[in-house]
Every structure is written in C-alpha cells, then in structure tokens.
Ligand binder design. Structure first.
Ligand SMILES: *Cc1c(COP(=O)(O)O)cnc(C)c1O
Length: 226
C-alpha cells in the first residue's frame, strides 16, 4: 500500500513537471513520517524512499537509530533554540529556520562541532497568524544577516501554504515565493546557495511543482491520515 502510494505521488510529480516543461529529477520527494511508526517508514524505504521529514526533535532522535544509515533526515517543524544542540549533525536539511536568533544558535552549536549545517528559511507568505516564518518583506534582510554565519549555509526557502480544499488557491502563494527565490538567487549572496524551494504538501504539491518547487513534503498522501 505505502509503496503504491509513493509510486503514485512520484507519477503525479512527473505529470506536473511535464505540464510545465520541467525535468522530474529537479524535484525531491520528502516522505513526512511524523507520528508514523518505523514499520511504516521501512515500507517506504523498501519502495525507494530515502528522504524523510519529521517535525519534532524527540521523535526524530528516536527514529534515527532505527532506520538504515543512508536515510536522510529533514527537520520540517518549528525548532526551539534549546533543542538545537540535539539535532546538529543529524539532519540533511533544517527547513524551518524562522528567526535570526535560531540561525545564530545553529551557528554556535555547529561551530562547536566543526560542522556546517544546511538550512532553509521558512517564509510565511500568506501572513497567517497561526504559522511561523519570516514575512516576505523581512526575508532578504534576515538572509543577509544569516549569510554572515560561517557554520550555517542557507540553501533555499520553505513555505507552508494555507490549508485549502482547492489547491489552485495556493498557486499565487507558490508563484510569489518562487519569484522571490529567483530574485535572491540572482543576487548571488556570499555563502548562500539558493538551490532548494521546499513547498507543496499532500493537498497542493501538484500546483507547487508547477510553480517551481524543488522539494515537496508529503505525509498523508504516502502514509495515510494521521
Ligand atoms: C505535516 C507536514 C507536512 C505534510 O503534510 P501532509 O498534508 O500530510 O502531506 C509537510 N510540511 C510540514 C511542515 C508538515 O508539518
């Protein structure tokens, strides 16, 4: 079941790419396994998934030793500064950096360990009060500040679009973030590698891919409802 759902999502990503003339290899599927047992993750792994997304530090740390060593871990949920120390060196990418203060803490702990931690800046494009992230107009300044940190590398941007039954409603949000992403890429800021645009979840990933997503984060579409 999980393997079939994974394949179906991959096909849908390919179809979205084809519609807009993109190469499907530009899009990475993150299997969001939060709240789901390792037994289900193993099914996805056996079907080819290697990139997994978790939103809580505790759950991430519990699962890491239970999965094969080549599993790549993405932290996608809000990260408290007091938990940073525990995740440094464990993640492929932290998607949810939502303050300069948090980036500085990641810098401090990464420096102690002699590592460079790759991160994305979370942008609250729709300005929802319930969500974390920089507002779009704050993001460039934050990006420039964070780019000064030697043990942190910004690799792109992430957004969580509003929950909606009609994914077309989120198209303008994805388009806006992609425009900003391209704009920042063109500025060639030192120590910034604008390569990743993490946007699109089960309900809206087709539209996100059409609008330029390079990573989609899919939970329920693979593992069923939480
Ligand atoms: C849970 C979660 C997802 C996956 O959501 P689904 O609707 O289950 O695909 C993606 N991104 C973030 C940040 C999440 O917390």
């Amino acid at each position: 079941m999980i393997g079939e759902r994974l394949k179906k999502i991959e096909q849908q990503i390919e179809e979205s790419c084809r519609r807009v003339g993109r190469d499907p290899s530009e899009v990475t599927l993150i299997a969001v396994s939060k709240t789901k047992p390792v037994s289900m993750m193993t099914k996805a792994y056996e079907a080819g998934a290697r990139q997994f997304g978790e939103n809580r530090v505790q759950e991430l740390l519990e699962k890491i030793p239970q999965m094969p060593d080549d599993t790549m871990w993405h932290l996608i949920g809000h990260l408290q500064t007091n938990k940073v120390r525990q995740v440094i060196g464990r993640t492929r990418l932290i998607h949810s950096v939502d303050s300069v203060r948090l980036a500085r803490e990641i810098e401090k702990e990464s420096a102690k360990r002699g590592l460079v931690t790759e991160i994305l800046l979370e942008v609250n494009v729709a300005r929802e009060e319930s969500k974390f992230g920089f507002f779009l107009e704050e993001t460039e300044e934050a990006l420039r500040e964070i780019s000064q940190l030697k043990h942190v590398r910004v690799c792109g941007l992430m957004t969580i679009a509003p929950f909606t039954a009609d994914m077309e409603e989120n198209r303008p949000i994805f388009r806006k973030l992609n425009q900003f992403f391209v704009d920042m890429k063109c500025k060639n800021i030192d120590n910034v590698n604008m390569a990743v645009l993490s946007m699109g979840m089960t309900g809206d990933f087709s539209v996100a891919v059409e609008e330029g997503a390079t990573m989609v984060r899919i939970g329920t579409g693979i593992f069923s409802a939480r």
